[in-house]
Design a protein around this ligand. Sequence first.
Ligand code: FES
Length: 116
Amino acid sequence: KSTPQYEVTFVKKNGERIKVTCNEGDSLLDVVLNNNLDFDGYGACGGTLTCSTCHVILKKEDFDRLPDTPTEEENDMLDLAYEYTDTSRLGCQIRITKDLNGLEVCLPSSINDARS
Ligand code: FES
């Protein structure tokens, strides 16, 4: 039995929409890497919660239905992200499950690599 495939759409600031498929349990960072998406600087720290470049902005209803709330470590990093909003998360901390199939996330127009 193969792993279920879900869909995620990334929306860039310029309005470009990029719809890709992903596997159950992939983080949004995995999704970006596995699909070779060319998002400049995205995921610079490789998901170790030290960069904030994987910042994504969710719709309120999606933010609310995520199974977990950000950990303290994630919030510390989010504080450093540019264009932070009330519905911001770090992509490396969001795992795609059946419930999140069809998720749409916006990318900020600029990123802050907190390590530099
Ligand atoms: Fe660096 Fe998510 S990839 S914090």
